[in-house]
Design a protein around this ligand. Structure first.
Ligand code: ATR
Length: 283
């Protein structure tokens, strides 16, 4: 790790626990390769202290913060201002402190999701057809808001707990076309899809595989998974075998980090193969 000076710029990631976070390794790589005098540290903050930590960090000279599980929703109520994206997604993952110490919350998860597809499926046109989103948790909200902003003509959300998908559609819909479907209809919903996105935890190491039949999915459709452990989930393996374009989930994590890094450290970093390999090396 590079030595820093007394003028080093500071940022970090706050979570509980935080020891699994890949963000210190990710930002650390950029700081080192771009030769920036700065540090990005893991901040394990217990639940009772989360609001205090967000308020105190600018007084310690921090320029900003990533917020991860379980604080993305909590952080919304702890910042001095929230941008429109964070409000629509209903969560904050990036905080920027200004020169006066005021905190500004935004959400870059949707940006990361879109940029990952742009990088790995450059011919995919977001306005080309319906998108099927499996799941209705926090990750799904960021993905759906981003898809609507990118011009998706229709988003079909299906979730094991139907009510959760209905609440999500009501919250994020405003004008966009979101259809909610029962989980049992997930196979039929694929019939004219241009993009299929898994935002559930199914397929993750230690979890069971996602139970879905891809027969009705057009072979020209793109398939992506926000799960990145393993990198090739059973869903992506199935889709690849039948000829679909597949995009794995690690790139969403890499790209969502770019806006924060730019704001805190002043440079727009690259998401390269070398970065990807470096971040994946630890797993
Ligand atoms: P996040 O905020 O990271 O998206 P989450 O809120 O825990 O995480 O959401 C996990 C998603 O995986 C949810 O859509 C969840 O469905 P429910 O809303 O019905 O809980 C989905 N999920 C988890 N286990 C599942 C299972 N065995 N079958 C189907 N969906 C599952």
């Amino acid at each position: 790790m590079k030595a820093i000076s007394g003028k080093a710029r500071l940022a970090g990631v706050m979570g509980w626990p935080v020891n699994h976070s890949l963000s210190p390794r990710l930002h650390g790589y950029w700081l080192e390769t771009l030769d920036i005098d700065g540090a990005y540290v893991p901040l394990a903050v217990a639940p009772d202290n989360a609001a205090d930590a967000i308020a105190i960090l600018p007084k310690l000279g921090f320029r900003g913060l990533n917020v991860t599980v379980p604080y993305k929703e909590t952080a919304m109520g702890c910042v001095d201002s929230l941008d429109d994206l964070a409000r629509r997604i209903g969560a904050v993952n990036t905080i920027i402190y200004d020169e006066d110490g005021y905190s500004h919350g935004t959400n870059t998860d949707g940006f990361g999701f879109i940029e990952n597809i742009r990088q790995h499926a450059p011919d995919y046109d977001f306005s080309s057809g319906p998108v099927i989103v499996l799941g209705a948790g926090g990750a799904a909200r960021a993905v759906i808001v981003a898809l609507m902003d990118a011009g998706a003509p229709e988003v079909r959300v299906t979730n094991r707990t139907l009510e959760r998908a209905e609440v999500l559609a009501a919250h994020t819909g405003n004008g966009g076309d979101i259809k909610v479907l029962p989980w049992e209809q997930r196979n039929d919903a694929l019939v004219d899809a241009a993009l299929l996105v898994n935002t559930t935890t199914l397929g993750m190491t230690g979890q069971r595989a996602l139970d879905i039949e891809l027969q009705q999915l057009p072979t020209g459709a793109c398939v992506t998974d926000i799960v990145y452990a393993p990198l090739e989930t059973p869903l992506l393996a199935d889709a690849r075998e039948r000829g679909n374009i597949v995009v794995d989930g690690i790139g969403m994590l890499l790209h969502q980090a770019r806006p924060g890094f730019k704001a805190w450290f002043g440079e727009d970093p690259d998401v390269s193969e070398a970065l990807r390999a470096h971040v994946l090396e630890t797993r």
